[in-house]
Design a binder for this molecule. Structure first.
Ligand SMILES: [Zn+2]
Length: 183
């Protein structure tokens, strides 16, 4: 992929914990996924930790379905440092069936951290794109940021689908988020 192992470069990667009870992924699996992403998506800070909590989490409001993951953000007192902690929950009431469910959820939550790090201009460009998109992901109708996160997660898991159904979003991901050359 694009980056070599963070530890050898002296990077600080987020702490990863608690995934063993998920039954489908280990902490090491998650760390390997983090290391495949561009460094600025996962550097610590701001991304301080990724942990798994083996319980079904209900959404606080009337939204349908359980809460699959969340990002808890925090400003470190007396400094400008912002940190984020990602928590992933059990994906189905009876447990987790597929590693890919957790993987998709992990990417979605990381994308929230990435989104707030985009420049104001990049965010504005995304808002403009969002306004023009006739079809959106099932869950993504909620806001441009959620649409960004769902697109990010699918871009990493089913890129050809994103290319064909969301060409503009796909191009945005390549140019602005993954900084691939030649697009
Ligand atoms: Zn979200």
């Amino acid at each position: 992929m694009w980056y070599t192992i963070g530890a050898t470069m002296g990077l600080s990667i987020p702490s990863v914990s608690g995934f063993h009870p998920s039954g489908v992924m280990t902490d090491g699996d998650i760390e390997a996924l983090l290391l495949e992403l561009p460094e600025w998506h996962t550097e610590n800070p701001p991304l301080r930790s990724v942990s798994y909590v083996d319980e079904v989490q209900q959404r606080p409001s009337r939204h349908r379905g359980p809460l699959l993951g969340q990002v808890l953000g925090e400003c470190v007192i007396d400094s400008d440092v912002r940190v984020a902690d990602i928590r992933l929950f059990r994906q189905q009431p009876e447990g987790n069936h597929y590693p890919d469910d957790l993987r998709l959820c992990l990417y979605h939550e990381i994308a929230h951290v990435v989104f707030v790090r985009l420049s104001a201009e990049q965010q504005q460009n995304w808002y403009t794109l969002y306004g023009r998109t006739p079809v959106i992901w099932n869950e993504a109708g909620r806001s441009p940021e959620e649409h960004f996160c769902d697109t990010y997660a699918r871009f990493l898991t089913i890129p050809r689908f994103v290319d064909s159904h969301f060409p503009q979003e796909s191009q945005f991901m390549r140019r602005e988020v993954f900084l691939q050359e030649g697009v």
